[in-house]
Design a protein around this ligand. Structure first.
Ligand code: NAD
Length: 415
């Protein structure tokens, strides 16, 4: 995770909300309700390990706001997950679903665990145990979890199965990001990167940037980063650098993404691919590229390195990769930041499509999912760019202003 833990993510998220409240008219009585999650569940999940010993894992589910619809947000498995992180991510989810104009609220879950140290059966027990701890507080129409860092369709399928066993009836809509064979949506696996890619193309056009030879560097080569690299390469952009937790690689003429993925599959890392130079994660962030795409974890661009960032634009595929202090420095430098609540909202958008398909029990073709995703992402990007120009603020502030206004209006209308 973040090797540079300088900031408390919830303090960052709260600071952003405070800034927004100075930009738009929000009833202070509504604002005060947006300062903390509506509900936070803390659990201790016991797991009988393969050795016979019992280990207990701490976990959370934060239900931030449900004014626009049921809570929605992923479940993260990571050894540095904290209550503050889960709360921050649940606040950002609330803004994200609102920016995309989805009928959903915001939530997030996390288990403090290094899943790489668990066998498959231990992982399954942990996933099922987590569901046993939260099942009374979630459900289709209440709170619908999804995958996030280190969780995948298989884990979602275990959790759905456990929920159905506990409640005694089929409930495919209790969780999204399920395998396609188990009532998942086509395209969910690539949705975050694909959505971010649509947003980047829209921004390139709006900013009048030269597409030919446009250079991209990507930090993080997981679900989001690897797919984004492939899409960018297929569209003819030059992906000059990528990295994972072990380090990065660089080639100024552009990397062969198929070869990078094969190398990562074989060796466990992108590092060491023939024909590439090694770069550290720090150096990758400081490359003079057109688009820098953080796709790892939060706080990667902070007060310590913001002044050294040379990219023209940053597309936040990760959640919270730029701290507020870095934001201020980058804005002064003229770096365009495409905020996470817009850039990585493709995942939750296709999760919403999955909920719709589960409700109707009718499943869409991939082309249909992608066409609907493009329409949603294009519309939201246009709205945010318009608000940016009208309010003369950053894209992040424009996106937050749109989102907070939508959520606050929904809350006020219920009072
Ligand atoms: P993932 O676990 O599949 O991949 C994370 C990648 O980051 C891995 O390649 C890992 O090696 C790398 N990494 C970890 N620490 C690093 C470091 N210090 N420097 C460089 N690389 C590092 O996770 P993911 O699903 O791709 O998610 C990545 C980010 O995107 C997260 O912030 C997540 O919240 C966000 N996101 C993901 C989705 C989704 O649908 N997958 C949706 C919205 C947002």
């Amino acid at each position: 995770m973040n090797t540079n833990k300088m900031d408390d993510p919830f303090a960052n998220a709260s600071k952003q909300l405070e800034e927004i409240s100075g930009l738009i008219e929000v009833d202070p009585n509504v604002l005060v309700k947006l300062q903390e999650p509506e509900k936070v569940i803390t659990l201790r999940v016991p797991v009988e390990m393969d050795s016979g010993e019992t280990k207990v894992f701490t976990a959370w589910r934060s239900q931030f706001n449900s004014a626009l619809g049921p809570y929605k947000g992923g479940i993260r498995f990571h050894e540095q997950v904290s209550l503050e992180e889960v709360k921050a991510l649940s606040m950002w989810m609330t803004w994200k679903t609102a920016v995309l104009d989805l009928p959903l609220g915001g939530g997030k879950g996390g288990i403090k665990v290094n899943p790489k140290k668990l066998s498959e059966s231990e992982l399954e027990k942990l996933a099922r145990g987590y569901m046993r701890g939260i099942y009374r507080d979630i459900g289709p129409g209440v709170d619908i979890p999804a995958p996030d860092v280190n969780t995948d369709p298989k884990i979602m399928a275990w959790m759905k199965d456990e929920y159905e066993k506990l409640t005694g009836s089929p409930a495919p809509g209790v969780i999204t990001g399920k395998p396609v064979a188990d009532k998942g949506s086509k395209g969910r696996d690539i949705a975050t990167a694909q959505g971010g890619f649509y947003v980047m193309e829209k921004v390139i056009a709006a900013q009048g940037m030269e597409k030919d030879g446009l250079q991209i560097a990507i930090q993080g080569y997981g679900n989001a980063g690897e797919t984004f690299a492939r899409l960018a390469k297929e569209a003819g952009y030059k992906v000059v650098a990528v990295s994972d937790s072990k380090g990065g690689i660089y080639n100024e003429s552009g990397l062969d993404i198929t070869a990078v993925s094969e190398h990562k599959k074989k060796t466990g890392s992108v590092v060491g691919l023939d024909g590439t130079e090694s770069v550290s994660n720090e150096d990758l962030l400081e490359l003079a590229v057109d688009f820098l795409v953080p796709a790892a974890l939060e706080d990667q661009i902070n007060e310590g390195n913001a002044k050294k960032i040379k990219a023209c634009a940053i597309l936040e595929l990760a959640n919270g990769p730029v701290t507020p202090a870095a934001d201020a420095i980058l804005e002064k430098q003229g770096t365009l930041i495409v905020p996470d609540v817009l850039a990585n909202a493709g995942g939750v958008t296709v999760s919403y499509f999955e909920m719709v398909q589960n409700k109707d029990d009718k499943y869409w073709k991939l082309a249909g999912v992608l066409a609907k995703l493009k329409e949603k992402m294009d519309k939201a990007t246009t709205k945010v760019l318009q608000a940016k120009d009208e309010m003369k603020v950053s894209m992040r502030m424009a996106a937050y202003a749109l989102a907070v206004k939508r959520v606050a209006d929904a809350m006020e209308s219920k009072e």
